[in-house]
Design a protein around this ligand. Structure first.
Ligand code: UDP
Length: 385
């Protein structure tokens, strides 16, 4: 396939990311598959990115993630500087057939403002679409700039102007799904796990309370704000409470964390993360927000771990109630489901992941969307003036 895509990963983290980094992980998963399909990829990221690509564009030597903790008036030039570099590259040579953009808000705004001579663009919406109502509510990308969601439910709740630019959704994927159904069956322990940022939307407080009530061991894995290890949070002192997730952890979650039945282990990565998840009786998602894409949900299935969750956001699209997980709207019923999850078959979960959530499935779908976007942009030139 002779197609050149400029993949705009943004200036925040290198690709692949050094640890936590949802969007950069998606890009690191997608790009090798696209290149296998013959797509030429120009990666706009930071210079320290190590992903194999055909060309790199960068403004910053390293990821600027730590800048996000500083006040807006000190950091609002970071993403703009990166986008200026992207625009410069697009204007230098006209070899880019499509821009696939992943930079929240400013990526979309810049591409929409570039004018009719710029290449067509697809902007992936990785986040909660209740954010940025003024940008999304008045978006005008013409026929050239399109968006896609990471689930149907996410797009269904999007503002109308954004929905009118949509070419559909692409579910997230994980490399763990490749041959998931052929790996040896994991040994199951008795514990439940909640994998994710500690945050009110992810509902670790609900999970911890329920685990205490029904007496089932629960492991909470994930960062609290910028703190990845319990000892770092303990050392940070009271100043850390300025971060809302730190306040949430101390006030709502920690009272149920006894270090025995319910434990917070900080961020886990690599093999440790996979073993923790694969060995769990179930992965719990007691959500109180509309989860847009649910990477950790897909990873749980790939590792043969049924999902017990609130039926919110993308969960009903990813999980089949009674086969790959158990879903409910009712917190009390969630407690019963925790106990029932052990009866679900881990192999059903692994088969589902291997069929629906592999990088190859995701890449194929993006290639289809690239074609849709390019056809739509090209059609504009055929219309009479
Ligand atoms: N994650 C991880 N270690 C942790 C907690 C989370 O590697 O201790 C990863 C998790 O495996 C997933 C990502 O962080 O790949 C979270 O993505 P998800 O879409 O589930 O949630 P988000 O944080 O993007 O809302």
């Amino acid at each position: 396939m002779s197609l050149t895509v400029l993949m705009n990963a943004g200036p925040w983290l290198s690709v692949p990311p050094p640890g936590y980094g949802g969007i950069e992980n998606v890009i690191a998963t997608l790009v090798p598959e696209l290149r296998r399909l013959g797509v030429r990829v120009v990666l706009a990221s930071v210079d320290s990115s190590t992903l194999d690509v055909d060309e790199k564009v960068s403004v910053f030597p390293d990821g600027q993630f730590s800048a996000l903790q500083r006040p807006y008036n000190q950091v609002c030039g970071v993403a703009q500087a990166h986008l200026s570099g992207v625009v410069r590259r697009l204007r230098q040579r006209d070899d880019v057939d499509l821009v696939h953009d992943h930079v929240e808000a400013v990526g979309l705004a810049t591409l929409a403002a570039m004018g009719p001579d710029a290449p067509p663009a697809l902007h992936t919406l990785h986040w909660d679409l209740a954010k940025h109502p003024h940008l999304y509510g008045h978006l005008d990308g013409g026929d050239r700039v399109r968006v896609n969601g990471v689930s149907a439910s996410q797009l269904a709740r999007a503002p109308r102007a954004l929905r009118e630019h949509s070419v559909g959704h692409v579910h997230l994927s994980t490399p763990l799904a490749v041959d998931a159904d052929r790996r040896p069956r994991p040994e199951k322990g008795d514990h439940l796990v909640i994998l994710g940022r500690i945050n009110p939307g992810k509902g670790q407080d609900v999970g911890a309370r329920l685990a205490q009530r029904v007496g089932v061991p629960l492991v909470l894995a994930g960062p609290v704000g910028p703190y990845h290890r319990p000892e770092d949070l303990a050392a940070a002192g009271d100043e850390a409470r300025q971060n809302p997730d730190v306040r949430f952890f101390h006030d709502e979650v920690a009272p149920h964390v006894d270090g025995d039945l319910v434990r917070w282990v900080g961020t886990v990565a690599g093999r440790e993360r996979d073993d923790l998840l694969a060995g769990a009786r179930a992965a719990l998602f007691p959500l109180r927000w509309e989860e847009p894409g649910g990477t950790a949900v897909v990873e749980s299935l790939a590792l043969g771990t049924p999902v017990v969750a609130t039926a919110r956001g993308c969960l009903p699209e990813l999980i089949e109630h009674g086969r790959t997980g158990l879903l409910t709207d009712d917190e009390d019923e969630l407690a019963d489901l925790l106990l029932a999850a052990g009866r679900l078959d881990p192999d059903e979960c692994r088969r589902e992941a291997a069929a629906r959530f592999t990088p190859a499935v995701m890449a194929q779908r993006y290639v289809e969307l690239y074609e849709t976007v390019r056809r739509g942009a090209a059609a504009r030139h055929l219309l009479p003036a």
